[in-house]
Ligand binder design. Structure first.
Ligand code: MG
Length: 304
């Protein structure tokens, strides 16, 4: 039997901007690796420890791709995908996806079937779910801007049925509730390690807001950080509460006190990122047509 391994990935020197000495303790390898270059607009990276792979979206090409950590090969995981954007894994390791084309949040079950978790609010279709996170209690939180219905490029052009672009929570009983209704275009979102806080991007406002989580509700929502390079998209937190954010010039890293402490510059516009790898310290980054990985001394936020 012949096993085909991908050639070693292209590497470039990590171009870092250290704005605060605190960044020196978390920035890792002096190289970043390009794991894939062949998408049109890549998004939604989700790492599976069990399957040692990264699933990510190629939205305009209406497909989900899968990078195999063992072989380095990239293959098509699902096409058409329903113009899936954000992905994450739930507590049981099942893939949760935001389908911009079908205007749904869907779960891929162990047998491959898909279960629609949310599609309507009071009888009206959702706009086009964008990004999603799962809390340790099993509830699912997602954002719903209209990027998938404003044109046919990364979804299906259609009328907006809901007055507004909200942040939602799907309870373990399947109930859909609006948890924030004062966003212009909510986008990336991420819980702090202890889940006491939820950070949410408002893309056109070019900022990240931070909320206190009170059971199934959000309180507060002050501006945590402003974007100084284009607009924010996806975000993730590490184990120490630092916020890693996708921007138009690369990845920005914020201390929990809101200070921008450093940047990783990349040649492409960054859309999203996630932590993965055996020790949770490998940052996977989707950036326009490419997927990059960067080994850090920091590791991703672990759920309590
Ligand atoms: Mg997004």
């Amino acid at each position: 039997m012949t096993i085909t391994l991908a050639p070693p990935p292209r590497r470039i020197r990590a171009e870092l901007v250290v704005l605060d000495d605190r960044f020196r303790t978390v920035a890792g390898d002096e190289y970043v690796e390009c794991l894939y270059d062949g998408g049109r607009w890549l998004e939604g990276p989700a790492y599976s420890s069990a399957w040692r792979c990264l699933v990510f979206s190629d939205i305009p090409n209406d497909r989900l791709l899968r990078w195999d950590e063992v072989s380095g090969q990239v293959s098509v995981f699902r096409q058409p995908s329903g113009y899936v954007n954000g992905n994450t894994l739930d507590r049981e390791g099942r893939l949760i996806s935001c389908s911009q084309g079908d205007r749904q949040v869907v779960r891929t079950e162990y047998d491959g079937r898909r279960t629609v978790l949310a599609a309507h609010l009071d009888g009206n279709r959702l706009n086009s779910p964008n990004d999603v996170v799962v809390k340790s209690d099993g509830s699912i939180w997602f954002t719903d801007p209209p990027y998938g219905i404003t044109s046919n490029y990364e979804g299906n052009a259609a009328e907006q049925e809901i007055d507004g672009c909200h942040v939602y929570r799907i309870g373990t009983d399947g109930t859909l509730t609006v948890v924030a209704d004062d966003f212009t275009r909510p986008n990336g979102l991420a819980f702090s390690t202890d889940e006491s806080q939820l950070y949410i991007v408002d893309t056109p406002a070019r900022h990240i807001r931070r909320f206190e989580v009170d059971g199934g509700k959000l309180l507060g929502g002050e501006v945590f950080a402003l974007c100084e390079a284009g607009m924010f998209d996806g975000i993730r937190l590490d184990h120490a509460g630092r916020v890693w954010a996708a921007t138009h010039e690369g990845v920005h890293c914020f201390d929990p006190d809101g200070t921008l402490i450093g940047k990783l510059l990349l040649p492409d516009i960054v859309s999203n990122l996630c932590f993965g790898g055996a020790k949770g310290n490998r940052l996977f980054i989707t950036a326009t047509t490419t997927v990059w990985s960067w080994l850090l001394t920091a590791s991703g936020a672990r759920r309590p």
